[in-house]
Write a protein that binds this ligand. Structure first.
Ligand code: AMP
Length: 282
């Protein structure tokens, strides 16, 4: 039976006895509106921990001015019902006041150059907000292991950096992207799509797959042209490419020696800005 807590104190009280008994605490931070992608992270966590904590918190500090904070889907009852059927032990669903006793917060977690590429170009303050809230949640839960989805590939890299540089000592695991049957990566923001847009959205993954195939057999000096052509093709189909980039799997600019690459994309389908990525082993 999953239990839900709204305050830090209640959650920590519940966790104390588990920790005293030497049990491993696993943690999955989310913004709710849960789908099979989130639940896959819960399942992965349960294989690495005795107790699984899932947080549900739509974090205001990671949304920029004019972004979708107000409209972001909040479906706590449904989320709890889904988690009751999962391996989740405790849900932590704090209010903004509980998470941010001082708002706006005085303390910042600045995640450096990695926040300035990819999503950081369009959302310059986003990852500082993510770093702050995840840092706070790590301090509140003090997990042994935390699991994040690879759909948010850059976020996962930033969390690994945060964990390392702020000495949290948490085992960080990346969970594979869970997709709908037509290949579209599951996302809470898919709910923003109209019927027509939803029908069109799988072209994102199809384009990444086709481009990955081309890159496998192309010469290094053809890479940039192929990526540009794929972006142009998406734009020509009525989507709007925020970015489509080929980087190394550690998010550096590739050289001809690099064999582990990643194609990373943020694409607007109507109002929804959707992320996807695919790894390439040359
Ligand atoms: P969110 O609620 O969107 O902030 O996501 C919470 C966690 O779920 C993050 O670690 C995401 O990367 C992960 N996640 C979201 N969508 C998927 C998906 N389709 N597959 C795997 N993980 C996902």
């Amino acid at each position: 039976m999953t239990q839900i807590f709204y305050t830090i104190k209640d959650l920590q009280n519940a966790l104390t006895s588990h920790k005293a008994g030497g049990q491993r605490i696993g943690f999955v931070p989310t913004m709710g509106n849960l789908h099979a992608g989130h639940l896959s992270l819960v399942e992965i966590t349960s294989r690495h921990a005795d107790v699984v904590v899932v947080s549900i918190f739509v974090n205001p500090t990671q949304f920029g001015v004019g972004e979708d904070f107000d409209n972001y889907p909040r479906t706590l009852e449904d989320d709890i019902a889904k988690l009751q059927q999962s391996q989740c032990t405790y849900v932590f669903a704090p209010s903004i006041e509980e998470m941010y006793p001082v708002y706006p917060p005085n303390v910042q977690v600045l995640s450096g150059d990695i926040t300035k590429i990819l999503c950081g170009k369009t959302r310059p303050t986003h990852f500082d907000g993510v770093g702050l809230v995840v840092g706070k949640l790590f301090n509140i839960v003090r997990p042994d292991v935390a699991v994040f989805g690879k759909k948010d590939y850059q976020q996962l890299a930033i969390i690994r950096q945060l964990n390392h540089e702020l000495n949290f000592g948490i085992e960080i695991i990346g969970g594979d992207i869970v997709r709908d049957t037509d290949g579209l990566a599951l996302s809470s923001r898919n709910g923003y799509l109209t019927k027509e847009e939803r029908a069109q959205a799988p072209v994102i993954h199809q384009t990444l797959q086709a481009l990955a195939k081309q890159l496998q057999v192309a010469a290094f000096d053809e890479f940039t042209t192929l990526v540009t052509q794929a972006a142009q093709s998406l734009n020509a189909q009525g989507l709007r490419v925020d970015y489509l980039e080929l980087l190394t799997d550690t998010l550096a600019v590739p050289t001809p020696k690099d064999k582990q690459l990643a194609l990373l994309a943020a694409i607007y389908v109507g109002q929804a800005r959707l992320l996807d990525n695919i790894k390439i082993n040359l």
